[in-house]
Write a protein that binds this ligand. Structure first.
Ligand code: GRF
Length: 203
């Protein structure tokens, strides 16, 4: 099962996937890592694991559509079964998504549909919720609005700051993403007419 990963930054979710593959808890291959930021630490993590890694700079393209066309041409070249946005901070052109429906997912640090967009931990603290978490969902043109595949929940503790809450969520993101990818690798999840179908045997 071939996975392409899009990442803009730190790449700790990418690392969790690479580690799960290395230890044999995920039966898959990371076929390539792609970034919109040439300095993304995620690229170094990929190369350290012997994975093809490439960055394109949006500045070099006249439009979002042109950038995504160039990016996805490179993604397609590694023949992925699934494309995973893991800390990929750039909107994807609707045309690029249309031809990949059901084959592109994202991990987002909130319990969607709550707290879409940026600064989700700050949003959660301001809203005063008792529970927060992370979601893995299919990517559609509706930003952070695509069908949810799986979620992990954490409590919001008294005295939490954005930093402490983010750390608690991130620790759960890594196993959540790996478990979600296991579902895909085992052909136990699919998108049909905007609805997620999961074979509900134990993860
Ligand atoms: C994660 O919190 C992810 O959910 C969000 O951006 C962060 C990326 O972290 N979309 P990393 O680059 O995987 O370490």
């Amino acid at each position: 099962y071939r996975i392409a990963i899009l990442a803009s930054g730190r790449g700790s979710n990418l690392q969790a996937v690479l580690d799960a593959i290395a230890t044999g808890t995920l039966d898959a291959t990371v076929a390539g890592v792609f970034s919109d930021r040439t300095g993304a630490p995620a690229l170094q993590r990929a190369r350290a694991a012997g994975v093809h890694a490439q960055a394109l700079s949006p500045r070099d393209y006249p439009s979002r559509a042109a950038f995504d066309q160039a990016l996805f041409a490179r993604v397609d070249a590694v023949a992925p079964d699934l494309i995973v946005c893991a800390g990929y901070m750039r909107l994807i052109d609707a045309a690029a998504l249309a031809s990949r429906a059901g084959r592109i997912i994202n991990i987002h640090p909130s319990l969607l549909p709550a707290f879409k967009g940026l600064h989700t931990h700050r949003q959660a603290l301001r809203a005063g919720v008792a529970e927060h978490g992370a979601s893995v969902h299919f990517v559609t043109p509706d930003l952070d609005g695509g069908p949810v595949i799986a979620q992990a929940r954490v409590p919001v503790e008294p005295g939490d700051t954005e930093t402490s809450l983010a750390a608690r969520v991130l620790a759960r993101e890594h196993p959540l993403l790996v478990a979600s990818l296991r579902l895909f690798a085992q052909a136990r999840v699919a998108l049909h007419e905007d609805r997620v179908h999961v074979d509900a045997r134990a993860l």
